[in-house]
Design a protein around this ligand. Structure first.
Ligand SMILES: Cc1ncc(COP(=O)(O)O)c(C=O)c1O
Length: 411
């Protein structure tokens, strides 16, 4: 048996030991060049925030993604918070959000006082279904949030068409999907806002925390710097005395909004610029691993994967599959028991449909109508996943999974 250990670990991943194949918290190791980039900032940066490294990182991110504007922030939760503020949501409004995602997608929108309306998934693509979004629009709806969950792009052509028809704002949660794309166009460039995460477990991490907000319109972009930094912006033009008026231009352009500090440090930004140079390689490795595993499991009818339309680049932030054991009278938990206890493989389950969490129920977001997610989620699971899984580990994972299903058939 794998051994449960007492832990304070909030990630839920560290609570068990004794695995042959673990589920690491980090995707990859930093290179010496990346480590040196951080050290250089420690030596040289004059002020460790909002300086030249941040500006460079924002420029590099714009070039890499093709976004009109990019603002580095401390995490994706606050990129989403900035989006929610800029959507001008207030009590009485409604915002449509996928129920299948990490809780940080929804919390910043809940904070505005707007009502969260949960959207269902598309069973084939396993990300939010545009037709379900449209079904849930009312005259109170002000914004749509989509999530390119696990690195799989949402059908943005359909989402944008719906938003234009109903005059709604669109926020793309790209936390798990940097460089995921549709026909070469990257996620985060379709909607009004794109929110990226550089958290420690992501495909690209700036020392554990970090994020980027991409913005489409010049009007929205002009409002970000003040909200991002306690209402402070540089003065435009010259001043006769540099100390009059004091400090910087402290004001806010949106009625009734308190600004905040959502800034990121210079060392993280310097690292971010370097990581962008090898993000394609990291994602290509993850895609190759996923392709290999899917091919090896293609003859197991009980297992199914995301169906990826032609032209979509799914970058596999995680590798999730679905187990249909109904003909065997078994479910995901039976399979995970065998994988964990006999084969010592740390398969995990990610994100309950958010309306099932007490947090959302207590905050008035427990109501739901997501039949596909209800049917699908309870039998999905994530395989151990990181960048550069050795071939022999992939072989062990695949053969163990096949053997476990054969054993369930005989049980
Ligand atoms: C889908 C999704 N949205 C938002 C976030 C929040 O990102 P951050 O940790 O950078 O605030 C995460 C992070 O795990 C995420 O997976």
């Amino acid at each position: 048996m794998v051994k449960k250990i007492k832990t304070d670990d909030a990630s839920g991943r560290g609570a068990v030991e004794g695995f042959k194949v673990p589920f690491p918290g980090r995707m990859y190791k930093y290179t010496e060049e990346e480590i040196n980039a951080v050290v250089e900032v420690m030596r040289n940066a004059d002020g460790l925030t909002q300086g030249p490294y941040m500006k460079q990182f924002e420029e590099d991110f714009k070039t890499y993604t093709g976004a009109n504007h990019a603002f580095a922030v401390d995490n994706a939760t606050n990129a989403l918070r900035l989006s929610a503020i800029l959507c001008r949501l207030k009590p009485g409004d409604e915002v449509i959000i996928p129920a299948y995602t990490f809780c940080a997608t929804a919390i910043p929108f809940g904070m505005t006082g707007a009502k969260i309306v949960w959207a269902d998934i598309d069973e084939d693509r396993r990300v939010v279904a545009p037709e379900d979004i449209e079904r849930k629009i009312t005259e109170k709806t002000k914004a749509i949030v989509v999530v390119h969950l696990l690195g799989m792009p949402v059908d943005m052509e359909a989402v944008i068409a719906i938003a234009e028809k109903h005059n709604l704002r669109v926020v793309e949660d790209c936390a798990q999907a940097p460089s995921a794309a549709i026909d070469g166009r990257q996620v985060g460039t379709f909607g009004d806002f794109g929110c990226f995460s550089f958290h420690g477990a992501k495909n690209m991490t700036t020392l554990g925390e970090g994020g980027m907000l991409t913005v489409r319109s010049n009007q929205d972009a002009a409002l970000v710097p003040g909200i991002r930094h306690n209402g402070c912006r540089a003065y435009a033009g010259e001043r006769q005395r540099y100390w009059v008026p004091a400090m910087s231009n402290v004001d806010i352009d949106i009625e009734g909004i308190w600004p905040n500090n959502f800034c990121i440090g210079e060392a993280q930004c310097a690292l971010g610029s370097f990581l962008l140079k090898r993000l394609d390689k990291i994602n290509d490795t993850l895609i190759a691993q996923a392709t290999k595993i899917k091919k090896a499991l293609a003859d197991v009818p009980e297992l199914s994967f995301h169906k990826i339309p032609e032209g979509y680049r799914h970058i596999y932030h995680q590798f999730v599959m679905h187990f249909d054991g109904s003909a065997l009278g078994k479910d995901r938990n039976d399979l995970m028991d065998v994988l964990a206890n006999k084969y010592k493989i740390r398969v995990i389950v990610q994100y309950y449909p958010l309306y099932r969490y007490p947090l959302f129920q207590r905050l008035g977001a427990g109501e739901h109508d997501c039949p596909v997610l209800e049917r699908w989620w309870d039998n999905s699971f994530s395989f151990p996943w990181w960048c550069g899984i050795p071939d022999e580990t992939i072989d062990y994972l695949v053969s163990s999974l096949k053997d476990a299903i054969v054993e369930l058939k005989g049980a």
